[in-house]
Design a protein around this ligand. Structure first.
Ligand code: ATP
Ligand code: MG
Length: 435
């Protein structure tokens, strides 16, 4: 896998900071800057440094695998779109100031896509005219731009951000609901592989339009949404949802205290971060843009559509909100920049640490050899800050008992093992569990 590779710290670009950057209001933004994952280039626009990009790519890979698993087909649409497509759909006027408009040298108006319903509808109408080719679902993982009035919280509300956006095309409303349900379940699997507990909430459809919509929210104190949900349903039950309406969960103004069917004592209120949003909007775009298909009895009807977004770059921040402690980030293995670090606590163990690093690489594990000449204190602090889940130390225990110390970042548990035992322990710990 392309984004799984081992590295030694002395050859890497570690851009960690000691001080808490003043511009960062929330913990995930502070930790991303302190761990050297991102650097701001302009308001709401970031460079992804090597360590941050590695996490972003791993999250992207999980999203991609779960899209592919339900038969969605990956393609790539451009970031720039002609304004004319938006005039056709009728969204050009509605979208307002979040839309970044650009004129090229021929005075032709372009925009930096904030989403891509028009581009995908245009592809569809040019290539598919018959029910025989339905259903089809296309997606891409591409940068988007929204000129947010208040970019803040780092990559959580950026202006330029990475989104997975998928578009489903079906002959009938019933078919569109089947596509919606498949996507709903793919989202639950996606977030579960990241170790997140996510609450799907009924949502309003906003400027995208349509009749059925869910947001996927993760619980966090710094979330911008207020969630109201049935506390009697636990995470495990939510993760195995077959369908999308079995329990009560609403966000913001969608919740109505008088009409809420859940007894007051069961209703939980909390803050949430929206990491995904799915819509069924029927024929809104297909009618406006003439995306019609021939039915089996020869009628021409507008195709039924849905669109499905995941905030890939927002997830990096959202996951840190969910997984951190006072020392730094606690990545789950599935998205950690490096799942294992190896360090010699003193120059006399450097060769042994190096040899073990090589043997773990040979065993197919992705590891980080921390070979910088630093004090033990700053070595521990740096590995904890960037959030390496398993940290292997060659120190006193190695000297006296030929056992390395393995520290588990999030529980702070320590295990002392021979090298052979350590390799099988780590192999086990890094093997993805069936979600
Ligand atoms: P929000 O209410 O947070 O502005 P939205 O409803 O405008 O989100 P959608 O149009 O549904 O967002 O976009 C799909 C996903 O893209 C969202 O669920 C979110 O995860 C992500 N996203 C939207 N806006 C931003 C942004 N400014 N920065 C980072 N990610 C974003
Ligand atoms: Mg928005």
């Amino acid at each position: 896998m392309l984004w799984h590779f081992s590295m030694r710290a002395s050859r890497y670009f570690m851009a960690t900071l000691k001080e808490i950057p003043k511009e960062a209001e929330i913990i995930s933004h502070q930790l991303m800057l302190r761990a050297g994952m991102i650097q701001q280039v302009s308001s709401g626009i970031y460079s992804w440094l090597p360590l941050g990009l590695k996490v972003l790519k791993k999250i992207e890979t999980i999203v991609r695998e779960e899209q592919n698993a339900i038969g969605a087909l990956e393609m790539l649409a451009p970031t720039l779109q002609p304004a004319s497509l938006w005039q056709e759909s009728g969204r050009y006027e509605d979208y307002g100031k979040e839309l970044l408009r650009i004129w090229d040298r021929h005075e032709k108006e372009l925009l930096y896509g904030p989403t891509a319903e028009e581009v995908f509808t245009d592809i569809f109408r040019k290539h598919i005219q018959s029910y025989k080719h339905l259903p089809v679902c296309l997606y891409n993982i591409q940068w988007k731009f929204r000129d947010e009035i208040r970019p803040r919280f780092g990559v959580m509300r950026g202006r330029e951000f990475l989104m997975k956006d998928a578009y489903s095309f079906d002959l009938t409303e019933e078919g569109a609901h089947t596509s919606y349900r498949a996507m709903f379940q793919a989202y639950l699997r996606t977030f579960r592989r990241m170790g997140l507990s996510v609450i799907p909430v009924r949502a309003s459809t906003g400027p995208i339009g349509g009749t059925l919509s869910h947001e996927f929210q993760i619980l966090a104190k710094t979330g911008e949404s207020t969630l109201y949900y049935d506390g009697a349903i636990d995470d495990a039950q939510r993760a195995c949802l077959e369908d999308y309406e079995p329990f009560y969960a609403m966000a913001d103004e969608q919740h109505n205290a008088e009409r809420c069917p859940i007894p007051q004592e069961r209703l939980v209120t909390s803050r949430g971060i929206e990491v995904g949003h799915i819509f069924y909007f029927g024929t809104k775009y297909s009618k406006a843009m003439g995306a019609h298909v021939m039915t089996s009895d020869g009628k021409k009807i507008p195709v039924e559509m849905g669109s499905y977004g995941i905030g890939v770059s927002r997830l990096v921040g959202a996951m840190i909100e969910a997984f951190h402690d006072s020392n730094g980030i606690c990545w789950p293995v599935s998205v950690a920049p490096f799942p294992v670090a190896i360090a010699a606590l003193g120059p006399s163990y450097a060769t042994e640490a190096e040899t073990y690093y090589r043997s773990l690489m040979e065993a197919g594990l992705e590891c980080f050899l921390y070979d910088l000449p630093k004090s033990q204190g700053s070595l521990f602090a740096e590995l904890d800050l960037v959030g390496i889940p398993y940290q292997v130390f060659f120190g006193e225990s190695w000297k006296h008992t030929s056992r390395v110390e393995i520290k588990h970042r999030s529980s702070n548990e320590r295990t002392f093992l021979s090298l052979e035992e350590a390799t099988s322990f780590l192999t086990q710990a890094l093997t993805p569990k069936n979600p």
